[in-house]
Design a protein around this ligand. Structure first.
Ligand code: ADP
Ligand code: MG
Length: 717
């Protein structure tokens, strides 16, 4: 019989005894209670020290060593009062996840244990023995020890567990030669690049000299939940995060009854628990709902500055994973855990705003605001067209390849959905309809303000990888398991690039005596004309679009990650990152190397796991069943079944031999050769094995089948 029990899978959860917080408690006590905010520090520091710290935080500068010890002491006291026993520099190595190495606040002295000091030095900088993180050749082994440095622009926080808590200090991670070994450093640099590029433009529009600009980011996280009982019975899920086997169940998502449906009690309890923890971490979670596939859900916070949003996004993934276990569930964040139903993405809603809170992508109420809005929109259109490759690369990875271009996720072709209203405005502007001059109103559109651009139009296009949604752009190709840092770094940088170019153009025209309105009008018109090939409001999933995009419009169609990754270090891209000080040539090459390496290893593990499960679990099940049948006599049904099973098992055996050969061959010594071998030989061989195994699943007696089925995993709640 099965080793697993469906009923216990369904029943294996308990309600957490701790009473859920009420809205008043959330607002009054819970929110950010585990975050060391500036207000907290204010009460613990002298006035001059606090002022100095605040200046550091606001400028993102290095902490004044003179106050470092005092700040460290205040942090330690706060953390220990809150129950922390340890502290860690918390960083984001190039693996895409987070890393931490805990040090105790307690240490042995001559007479036993004592409360240790936590010095300013330890706060500002640490040297984790982190030689095993990928560096893409940036570190030779003799200088392998990178160091972490406090990012004071993202507040410290506590991670709680059943027996205490750890003070986490967000840090950047770099090599001793100063090269970035993490995802945070280039993100911070790109925010500064955006600021440097956009503020001169704003000044031409009349902004005051001190204005600063940053990017805002709100990420919608999709994920699956399955019963823990099933998860641990599936070596493929445990090893790779996705199912490498599984026949289609009779029912998938075709009834469309799950999307936005009532959330099951068990799931809702889990969600609420996770949200309370996220509130304590100061993460402004806002929405939750069922997603399209059975067993699929979504959580989304309100947007924040992109650096903080990226840290918070990592914490959201961590809290979802940890909390699910309390409810007998496992949260699957993989882009494609199940074949045949929707995959999971992480829509990144991006905009840029001034430090006074003015959203630069918000169409305004006055002609002046509208002019500025159209200018920045034009810059985004230009950026996406010129850097389609970079956007595609920023979401590349073996797991997202299963999702992009499949029939329920944006294609791998980058285009922008603008909606009919904005497209109409730009089309009219381009064709010069409506005359010119002050009487004709804004840019000759015949009116002095833009017609309203709906933010929540009912017909919002879900098939576009990059959509204007009223006051922000939504980058939908980002994968659910990915860190958002690199996609956001790319967005910040390419838009900085486009804004800078358009601003130089504008300055030239103004110097030549042009009127601001006319000059901006011309620039928007010309930019749109030059780049509108990337604007597409139709069905991004359709065959026609793929043909038109590639052949009619000359857009890039980088179908797989390995088609995209080589372009990362192209002269255009290397020059772009270098010019904005976001990534040096060496840092970029290192990242490319790591992308190949992670791709190779991911598929390699999948190939080995497929072979292992087929060989040691699935084929033996078929053989056992055949044994049963052979003992069952010579009736027609028995013989027919045996013939079916035998044929299917033989097919699996042949496919398995082929996969074994491909798993043994590596395709070359260079990492990109190995990666190509994985894509071109291992993945197809895995598909053959899977097809044979899935066919077998449909003929072998259920009680012999060794793996929980799709039918069970997706529908037992
Ligand atoms: P949707 O209809 O796509 O769910 P929402 O308005 O609910 O759109 O927003 C989805 C995400 O976009 C949320 O995280 C939200 O905070 C974020 N968002 C809204 N406005 C902005 C903005 N100006 N910049 C960045 N993100 C934003
Ligand atoms: Mg969504």
């Amino acid at each position: 019989n099965h080793d697993f029990d469906v009923i216990s899978a369904a029943r294996n959860w308990r309600v957490d005894a701790s009473a859920p917080a009420t809205p008043a408690q959330v607002v009054g006590e819970l929110f950010a209670s585990d975050v060391l905010t500036l207000e907290q520090l204010k009460t613990r520091l002298s006035k001059p020290d606090y002022r100095s710290l605040r200046a550091t935080v606001e400028r993102g500068a290095r902490l004044d060593p003179a106050i470092a010890d005092t700040v460290a002491l205040a942090m330690k006291t706060w953390a220990m009062e809150k129950g922390a026993t340890h502290y860690t520099h918390w960083f984001q190595p190039l693996t895409g996840s987070t890393a931490e190495k805990h040090d105790s606040f307690v240490s042995p002295n001559g007479d036993g244990l004592a409360i240790a000091t936590f010095s300013g030095k330890e706060l500002i900088q640490a040297e984790p023995d982190a030689s095993s993180f990928p560096s893409g050749g940036l570190r030779a082994t003799f200088e392998a020890r990178g160091y972490t440095a406090w990012d004071s622009s993202s507040p410290a926080f506590l991670i709680r567990h059943a027996n205490g808590a750890t003070l986490c200090i967000p840090t950047a991670f770099a090599s001793w030669t100063g090269e970035a070994l993490d995802l945070k450093t280039p993100l911070l640099r790109s925010v500064e690049a955006l600021n440097q590029a956009v503020t001169p433009a704003l000044r031409l529009f009349g902004a005051s000299a001190g204005t600063r600009v940053g990017s805002s980011l709100g990420a919608e996280q999709e994920y699956f939940l399955i019963a823990e009982e099933y998860f641990f019975r599936r070596p493929d899920l445990v090893m790779t995060g996705r199912t490498l086997f599984g026949a289609r169940p009779p029912r998938g998502q075709e009834l469309e009854d799950h999307y936005f449906g009532a959330i099951p009690d068990r799931v809702l309890s889990f969600m609420t628990d996770a949200e309370m923890q996220l509130y304590a971490l100061g993460i402004p979670v806002k929405t939750r709902h069922n997603e399209v596939a059975p067993g699929q859900f979504e959580i989304a916070p309100i947007y924040e500055s992109s650096n903080v949003a990226a840290d918070h996004q990592q914490l959201i993934m961590q809290v979802l994973r940890n909390t699910a276990r309390k409810y007998g569930l496992v949260a699957l964040l993989h882009e494609k855990p199940f074949a045949g139903v929707n995959g999971s993405g992480k829509h990144c809603n991006w905009s840029m705003a001034t430090d006074a809170g003015e959203n630069l992508l918000e169409p305004g109420d006055t002609p002046h605001e509208n002019l500025q809005f159209l200018f920045f929109c034009a810059a985004v259109i230009r950026a996406v067209d010129e850097h389609q490759d970079l956007l595609r690369i920023s979401v590349a990875g073996a797991s997202n390849d299963h999702r992009l271009g499949a029939n329920e996720a944006p294609p791998a072709i980058l285009s922008i959905f603008l909606g009919s209203e904005l497209t109409d405005i730009l089309d009219r502007l381009e064709s010069g309809r409506g005359g010119r001059g002050p009487e004709a109103g804004l840019l000759g559109l015949g009116s002095s303000v833009l017609p309203p651009i709906p933010r929540h139009a009912g017909d919002r296009n879900r098939t576009s990888p990059f959509a204007f949604t009223g006051n922000k752009f939504e980058f939908r190709a980002v994968g659910s398991s990915q860190s958002i840092s690199f996609p956001v770094t790319v967005l910040n940088t390419i838009i900085a690039d486009a804004v800078q170019a358009l601003t130089a153009d504008l300055q030239t025209r103004l110097d030549a005596g042009a009127d601001l309105d006319d000059a901006v009008g011309e620039i928007v018109r010309e930019t749109y004309a030059a780049h509108k090939r990337v604007v597409f409001n139709g069905d991004g999933y359709s065959e026609d679009w793929h043909h038109e995009a590639e052949h009619g419009r000359g857009l890039l169609n980088l179908r797989t990650s390995l088609d995209a990754i080589p372009l990362l270090t192209s002269p255009k891209n290397a020059a772009l990152f270098e010019r904005f000080g976001v990534l040096t040539g060496r840092e970029l090459t290192a990242r490319q190397e790591i992308m190949y390496d992670i791709y190779f290893k991911t598929v390699n593990i999948e190939g080995e796991t497929t072979e292992y499960v087929a060989q040691t679990m699935i084929l033996p099940a078929a053989v056992r069943y055949l044994g049963d049948l052979r003992q069952a006599g010579a009736g027609r049904a028995v013989q027919g079944l045996a013939a079916q099973v035998e044929a299917a098992a033989d097919a699996l055996y042949d496919a398995l031999l082929h996969l074994g050969e491909q798993n043994r061959a590596l395709g070359g010594d260079e990492v990109h050769e190995k990666a190509h071998h994985m894509r071109d030989h291992v993945l197809p061989a895995m598909t053959e094995v899977r097809q044979a195994a899935d066919a077998l699943e449909k003929v072998v007696a259920d009680l012999h089948w060794p793996l929980p089925s799709y039918r069970q995993m997706l529908f037992v709640k």
